[in-house]
Design a protein around this ligand. Sequence first.
Ligand SMILES: Nc1ncnc2c1ncn2[C@@H]1O[C@H](COP(=O)(O)OP(=O)(O)OP(=O)(O)O)[C@@H](O)[C@H]1O
Ligand SMILES: [Mg+2]
Length: 378
Amino acid sequence: MDQQLGFLENEFDRAIAAHETHAATEKVVPLAAVRSQEILREHERRFRELLDALPAAVYTTDAAGRITYYNESAAALWGHRPTLGTSEWCGSWKLYWPDGTPMAHADCPMAIALHENRSVRGMEAACERPDGTRVPFIPYPTPLHDEAGRLVGAVNMLVDITERKRAEEQQHLLVRELHHRVKNTLATVQAIMGSTARTATSVEQFKDAMIGRIGSLAKTHLLLSNEGTTVTFDSILHSELDPFDDGSHRVRFEGPRVEVISRLAVSLGMAIHELTTNAAKYGALSVYGGKLDVRWTVVIEASRRMLKFVWTERGGPLVTPPKRQGFGTRLLDFVLPGQIQAHSRIEFQPEGVQVRCALPLPAEPAPAKSPAAAVKAP
Ligand SMILES: Nc1ncnc2c1ncn2[C@@H]1O[C@H](COP(=O)(O)OP(=O)(O)OP(=O)(O)O)[C@@H](O)[C@H]1O
Ligand SMILES: [Mg+2]
């Protein structure tokens, strides 16, 4: 009989002994005993198959806590095969409490179940495999008794809760991210309000500028909530510039797919909004036939990934160097360099404004969702 089936063997021996005592009293022929043995062996084989097929980790111990049996799922959860008859309480290599502090095997839920002769519920632990990976689990240790009610061992089922823990961590992360964004957004709104108030020449102008800027922030946040913790650079451009696409291909985008994390997305969204508003107020988008071209690329510079984009307006009114500096210029010249290390150069060329901007991206690119490049119009 398989060494792993110690507890079944014990059960089996007890059943045979009981049967033989009964047979001796009844003076039954030995052939019947042999037949009973076969039936018991068949039952035991089926029982073993059943336990081995279970997706949950199951193991048993004797009354002293020595492991007498474990199924394949238990071996997979533990990441090794403990020695039957000598390993005690639990087959885990190392055990931990949910807060990560080490748990002595003698304090584990199975040991409590056997010491106190009661089922233990509502506990959580984590086992460390010999390869260093940890598996959080919920144990269900339950004492086993013989016909006379004496404690003969215990059975334990370990439910792997790795997925649940991962989902909980993800949720905590999202809540933290949300708090962070709300705090930053309020600070941004405060800054926008201060700057808009300084540059506006009338209450009406202040109102219009505020509505546009808050609306742009809301659009970037909507993009972030739709797309996750990152957005693509071209989706920021689309959300600001699509309303200016009159079907004449006046707005062209060209560049690779670039994932932008939320911190960068909010700042870039504001920058694109200011450039768009300026183009609509004074530049190429202010007249019929004016064209806007935005091209971008990602380059490695001094081992940093840099997003570089060029915003070129053509076909608008003749451009002359400006006499004033408003929110748009201040944002590009002073705010973004401090906020996201984005450096811009605005050239007021007579045929149209050209803005060159470069900013560092996080070291690791987020995994691409689709390989398509973003091109708005042919
Ligand atoms: N695309 C553009 N084409 C032509 N001139 C522009 C363009 N963008 C900006 N300018 C000129 O540069 C000036 C400064 O722009 P800036 O965005 O800093 O301020 P504003 O648009 O006047 O005010 P605010 O941005 O505070 O609403 C503008 O007043 C305008 O004269
Ligand atoms: Mg402006």
